[in-house]
Design a protein around this ligand. Structure first.
Ligand SMILES: Cc1ncc(COP(=O)(O)O)c(C=O)c1O
Length: 360
């Protein structure tokens, strides 16, 4: 019995989620932190794990972790819902709210999980294009949002790095009659959050992750900030026990050591500025302003695909885009100083070589 006779057409049409270059020596393609969690902290996490029973289910409501997240964010405990990742929260929130055929509104170019989830649940995806400079067209989002069951936006946006101001989010939340979900995966890098609006706007939900600034991509841990009522409802559709013992313990320890991450964040921000200036100084390269730990740039006159291939042969992995709004673009995550130097050196080399070939 073939799966094609049963699997929904919307799912069969989806591309598999694969990221090339998982083992690349200079991995600048998934916006992870370039800094691993120090061994001493990993050992503390494993020691705590070893002292707990593994044959028992972990607490379904991880109260100790919630307390730590509350200290980290300043948001009260009843308004925090931890989950297996921000991807799980995106899935859970959409599942809790949208019936098949409902309109889910987002922007394009935007984060691919929103469109994948929309396809899996047979939703009608409405995508408002970003403006030419890749900023959000807030007026258009407000217009289109009148017909939506839910609006979901990443701010800073992936893959562009552009972001909404708190005033813009307030305007949307205040003028839309539907949930407005803001994915703040990169908020530690932007230094801005809309969590201050939660008290005034019941329809505002914020999703965050441990995968970026907190160096925990492998752990799979995220959390939602929203009213206690929203947290209760979304928890019902989230997989039971999806926040396993490892995530709970690691999340607690990482947040206890959070001063460790502020140094890394400052370092990444300084490197981001250095990378941006270097890219800006190259003819044929146009970087877009960014509020995250990555930079999107457009390539003029030379194939970004070929640059991508040449760098990847040298073990330097970027993300390549060539879709409406992202024609001939590459995205580079900010790495360590050494990684960024490798990237800049190879990029310059490829640009020189391509230029010579064009002239010849
Ligand atoms: C906007 C945005 N949200 C969420 C995620 C994924 O986070 P998680 O690892 O928690 O699923 C990413 C990862 O690239 C992202 O760019």
């Amino acid at each position: 019995m073939k799966s094609e006779n049963f699997v929904k057409e919307s799912v069969r049409k989806m591309a598999e989620y694969r990221v090339p270059g998982e083992d690349a020596p200079v991995k600048l393609n998934q916006n992870e932190s370039p800094y691993d969690i120090p061994l001493g902290i990993k050992q503390e996490i494993t020691a705590r794990l070893n002292s707990r029973a593994w044959n028992r289910y972990p607490p379904e409501v991880p109260e100790t972790l919630i307390r730590q997240i509350s200290r980290y964010t300043g948001v009260e405990e009843s308004m925090i819902l931890p989950a297996n990742s921000s991807n799980e929260l995106i899935q859970s929130v959409i599942t809790a709210v949208c019936n098949s055929g409902d309109t889910l509104l987002t922007v394009t170019p935007g984060f691919s999980s929103f469109s994948r989830m929309s396809a899996a649940l047979d939703l009608n995806l409405a995508e408002v294009p970003l403006k030419e400079d890749l900023s959000f067209d807030v007026e258009e989002i407000l217009q289109a949002g009148q017909r939506a069951r839910m609006v979901i936006l990443a701010s800073p946006n992936n893959p562009t790095g552009s972001m909404l101001t708190p005033e813009e989010v307030e305007w949307l939340a205040g003028n839309l009659d539907c949930p407005v979900v803001i994915d703040e995966a990169y908020f530690e890098f932007s230094g801005q959050t809309v969590q201050g609006l939660l008290a005034g706007y019941e329809n505002l939900l914020i999703i965050r992750t441990f995968s970026k600034a907190l160096s925990g991509a492998a752990l799979r841990l995220g959390y939602m900030l929203a009213s206690a009522d929203w947290c209760r409802e979304v928890r019902k559709v989230k997989m039971p026990f999806s926040v396993g013992l490892l995530q709970q313990v690691a999340g607690e320890v990482l947040l206890q050591k959070r001063e460790l991450f502020s140094g890394a964040i400052n370092y990444i921000l300084a490197e981001r500025e250095r990378l941006y200036e270097a890219l800006e100084g190259m003819t044929d390269i146009r970087p877009y302003p960014t509020s995250a730990n990555f930079i999107l740039f457009k390539v003029d006159g030379i194939s970004a695909g070929e640059i991508f291939e040449s760098l990847s042969e040298k073990g330097i992995q970027l993300r390549y885009f060539n879709s409406p709004g992202l024609e001939n673009c590459l995205r580079v995550s900010v790495g360590t100083k050494l990684e960024n130097d490798d990237f800049l050196r190879e990029l310059r080399r490829v640009l020189e070589r391509e230029k010579v070939e064009v002239v010849v």
